[in-house]
Design a protein around this ligand. Structure first.
Ligand code: NAG
Ligand code: NAG
Ligand code: NAG
Ligand code: NAG
Ligand code: NAG
Ligand code: NAG
Ligand code: NAG
Ligand code: NAG
Length: 784
């Protein structure tokens, strides 16, 4: 009793002493502790004994309310804890924070009404100490001696938005009594009342941590310790902190400590839902954010709503999946994606239902999958999906098991090409190809006309003397394939006198139609008896229209000879512009335009047209340029015409081998990825301005694909790979993308090569691309 009176007296004297100063700059109780009966009011504070933290009343920003809180003395605006976060006070001098005789901290407003208190339990001889860690602790026992001290309450157990070193994220397991710490954002920068966002540790006892928004998943992450999240790789452990994950019967939590007492670090969940790691920088006297999650909108859970897909590299980030449309278009167009997307036409289920799948490439797989452990292969997985009407998508998931989805697809995110987490998802659509045909008809207005050509083609098969349209009867219009009379071709080409070129499949001659349209006539090398088949194949090729594909105007049959008639391209083929000294130098812009155009044309052949076509002979000689240097791919579909002979011709052809994918040379089945390989080789030539297999400066070790791959892998100066004729005049970002994608295209394993559609996206800059590994065949070259 006597002791307490003495203390109160001392306190009183102290306060009077300080008050007697005219202009006290800061009134501090010269201590870090409060004893029963003592209180703080107005501008009185407690300071931790290391001087780092201060406890007292504060008023955030221009707010009218006052609060009791703890802040850093080195940046007083950084408040790390608030007692009365949703019970503001309006007169700090009339309010007081008191440590009661019964061992509770109670905050009274000016009407003497308690607005906040530490706990309801009654303790004897409790002391309140602001510790060096910033933790406000109520200890049972007024002397700081011995181990008999019991902590009866501490602010670390009741955190606000800041996770300080020494405090926990997590705590008692859910089924046990005890504290479990999560951190809740302020409502706004000047209102500490609890906001919608909280940082929590997974309730299931795993090391995963989440940001919740109004208690729903907002952003989620793997374990902090593994240093990886399911979204991207983080490094939270760094030179400033050590982080631990503790898990036992009672508890699971993260805790961390700082490596240097002079460099303060804190984590915070800010008002916009971002988790930040901040470090105090002495030289700038500022807090620096050294880590932040989620960094990008696309990392936010369900950002694009159901069945929306997020692409961080384009604006707007959200777009509905193929076959889907916004549920509420007005909201969607305003950038409110919460309503998501719905199917354009319903999936009908039943025996007669014709369902196709569309592959969505290189994405982070959506949430809520069902893992089927029995089905291992992609084919098994597909049939498992087809077996069940409720299945809307399938793929082999991250655990190697078949995953199927039954609900709306949530949180689909496009990743950088080459990202380890990138997977292909097979999305169920009402019929093969989904809505694609409709788009194609619109874009190319060929529907009816193409059908006519096909019909005529079929009639042609039935009555082989029937002509499709002879040149004398009809003009070569966009839509109709013309059957030329041999005599007409002969006079158009002045008896095949002006040769444009010669390739493995035949010679090409220039011609002029009576209406002054220039044409190129390809005289095929092979002799053919199967006229019907030839007509069928040609009419198929004739239906393929794309701005980057040379248009087939018609054909001609003369005995066993076969001729194909194309639009004439005034600027010839790409090789003459890239490799010959006396030609005009193609600037980077044109080269990029050419590379992109060819990629689009190939993507169309591979994925979009009704008959999927593998070109098999991508090389500069087959890229033609129109008068505006728009690229057009020629000779597509020949693989169909030549059938089995095709690959034999190809592999024996001079000047082709350097473009052939390993599987083509070894005689394995050819896939669209074989074209991708050839395209990669072509793209490297477009970048370097010389043949890949030519050696510059007579140096034998100068195989350009090897130089490019090594340069990329070493993080070298990619611009040094550029054609010296351009003298560095190029968009560096585009060159880097082009080099990276080219090097991914020439990977040994087909599955590591991108699809042409992905190549297009990378060149367009709407997909990011990681650094490619050095292809194996190049590693063997450089090691010998
Ligand atoms: C502390 O409070 C007194 C009123 O009791 C006031 O006069 C003084 O300006 C305050 N000091 C500071 C630093 O705000
Ligand atoms: C505080 O200032 C911000 C702008 O800085 C303003 O938007 C807000 O309305 C102000 N709040 C009050 C309570 O004055
Ligand atoms: C004190 O708190 C009580 C209860 O919240 C409230 O009714 C009262 O208006 C407050 N008084 C002042 C002066 O803020
Ligand atoms: C507080 O400590 C005293 C001894 O210092 C002990 O007798 C008492 O039981 C403790 N009370 C609580 C609630 O821990
Ligand atoms: C986390 O807490 C455990 C148990 O108290 C302790 O052993 C460990 O050192 C702490 N880890 C860090 C990084 O502070
Ligand atoms: C988004 O749309 C939903 C439903 O239409 C609506 O409830 C919500 O308020 C909208 N959100 C915003 C930010 O406009
Ligand atoms: C994947 O399948 C294996 C059995 O093949 C099983 O042990 C494992 O638990 C499965 N993974 C998941 C997540 O179901
Ligand atoms: C299909 O899915 C439903 C609902 O998820 C499930 O109850 C049912 O057993 C599945 N049917 C088959 C044949 O797998």
């Amino acid at each position: 009793m006597g002791n307490r009176t003495k203390l109160l007296l001392t306190l009183h004297v102290l306060i009077v002493y300080f008050l007697s100063f005219e202009s006290y700059v800061s009134i501090k109780m010269d201590t870090n502790a409060m004893h029963p009966g003592q209180s703080l009011s107005g501008n009185q504070t407690l300071t931790s004994s290391n001087g780092r933290f201060e406890l007292g009343f504060f008023k955030p920003g221009n707010s009218t309310g006052h609060y009791v809180g703890i802040w850093y003395t080195l940046s007083v605006d950084v408040v790390v804890w608030v007692a009365n976060r949703d019970a503001p006070l309006y007169d700090p001098f009339g309010s007081r924070l008191e440590l009661t005789e019964t061992g509770r901290l109670v905050l009274y407003n000016q009407s003497e009404i308690p607005v906040w208190s530490s706990s309801n339990t009654v303790y004897d001889s409790v002391v309140a100490v602001l510790e060096d860690t910033g933790n406000l602790v109520l200890r049972n026992g007024s002397t700081s001696s011995s181990s008999s001290l019991v902590i009866v309450w501490e602010s670390f157990d009741h955190p606000t938005d800041t996770w300080l070193p020494g405090a926990k994220l997590g705590g008692s397991k859910m089924n046990r009594k005890g504290q479990r710490q999560s951190y809740v954002s302020w409502s706004s920068w000047n209102d500490p009342s609890p906001g919608p966002f909280s940082l929590v540790l997974d309730a299931d006892g795993t090391p995963a941590y989440h940001v919740l928004k109004n208690r729903h998943r907002h952003w989620t992450c793997g374990s902090w310790l593994e240093r990886i999240s399911s979204f991207s790789t983080d490094i939270v452990a760094d030179k400033y902190t050590n982080m631990d994950y503790v898990s036992n019967k009672e508890e699971n939590y993260y805790n961390y400590s700082i490596t240097s007492p002079s460099i303060p670090v804190r984590f915070k969940i800010d008002v916009s839902g971002k988790v930040q790691k901040l470090v105090w920088k002495d030289d700038s006297q500022k807090w620096e954010t050294i880590w932040e999650k989620p960094k990008e909108d696309c990392e936010i859970f369900d950002f694009c709503g159901a069945n929306g897909a997020c692409n961080q590299f384009v604006l707007p980030h959200c777009r509905c999946l193929d076959g889907f449309e916004p549920k509420v278009p007005a909201e969607w167009n305003r950038g409110n994606y919460t309503n998501g997307c719905r199917r354009r036409s319903r999936l009908r289920c039943g025996n007669d239902a014709k369902h196709g799948f569309r592959v969505i490439q290189n994405i982070l797989l959506p949430a809520y999958e069902v893992s089927l452990t029995n089905d291992k292969s992609l084919e098994e997985c597909k049939s498992a999906c087809l077996r069940n009407c409720t299945c809307i998508a399938y793929t082999i998931g991250y655990d190697g098991n078949c995953s199927i989805w039954r609900e709306d697809l949530v949180t689909i995110r496009y990743l950088s090409y080459g990202d380890n987490l990138g997977k292909d998802l097979y999305l169920r659509l009402p019929e093969a190809g989904g809505d694609k045909p409709r788009i194609r008809i619109k874009r190319f207005t060929i529907s009816a006309a193409a059908a006519t050509v096909i019909l005529i083609g079929i009639l042609g098969l039935l009555v082989s003397t029937r002509r499709m349209t002879s040149y004398s009867d009809a003009k070569a219009t966009d839509d109709v394939l013309v059957i030329f009379k041999f005599g007409d071709l002969k006079s158009a080409t002045k008896n095949f006198s002006e040769k444009l070129g010669e390739g493995g499949f035949g010679s090409v001659f220039k011609g002029m139609l009576p209406n002054s349209d220039a044409i190129a006539v390809k005289c095929l090398k092979f002799q053919d008896e199967e006229e019907k088949q030839f007509r069928a194949e040609v009419s198929t090729i004739g239906t393929i229209h794309h701005v980057n594909l040379v248009r087939l105007l018609g054909f001609c049959l003369k005995g066993m000879k076969r001729f194909l008639v194309y639009d004439y391209m005034p600027n010839g083929s790409l090789d003459s512009h890239l490799f010959y000294k006396d030609s005009k130098i193609l600037d980077w812009k044109t080269r990029h335009h050419i590379a992109l155009g060819i990629a689009r044309g190939l993507a169309y052949l591979h994925e979009e047209c009704r008959v999927r076509i593998i070109h098999c002979d991508i090389k500069p000689e087959n890229i033609l340029l129109d008068s505006d240097y728009n690229p057009l791919l020629s000779d597509f579909g020949l693989s169909k015409l030549f059938g089995r002979d095709f690959s034999r011709v190809l592999t024996s052809m001079k000047g082709t081998r350097g473009y052939l994918a390993p599987e083509m040379i070894s005689g394995e089945p050819i896939t669209p990825k074989s074209d991708v390989y050839s395209y990669g080789m072509l793209l490297l030539e477009i970048i370097s301005g010389r043949r890949n297999w030519e050696t510059a400066d007579d140096k034998n070790d100068n195989y350009f694909p090897a130089r490019a791959a090594i340069c990329l892998s070493n993080g070298g100066d990619v611009l040094s790979l550029l054609d010296p004729k351009l003298q560095g005049g190029a968009n560096a970002k585009q060159v880097i993308r082009a080099c990276r994608v080219a090097c991914w295209c020439i990977q040994d394993e087909e599955q590591n090569r991108p699809s042409m559609a992905q190549v297009v996206q990378v060149l367009e800059g709407v997909q990011e691309i990681n650094i490619p590994p050095i292809p194996w065949f190049i590693q063997t070259i450089i090691s010998c």
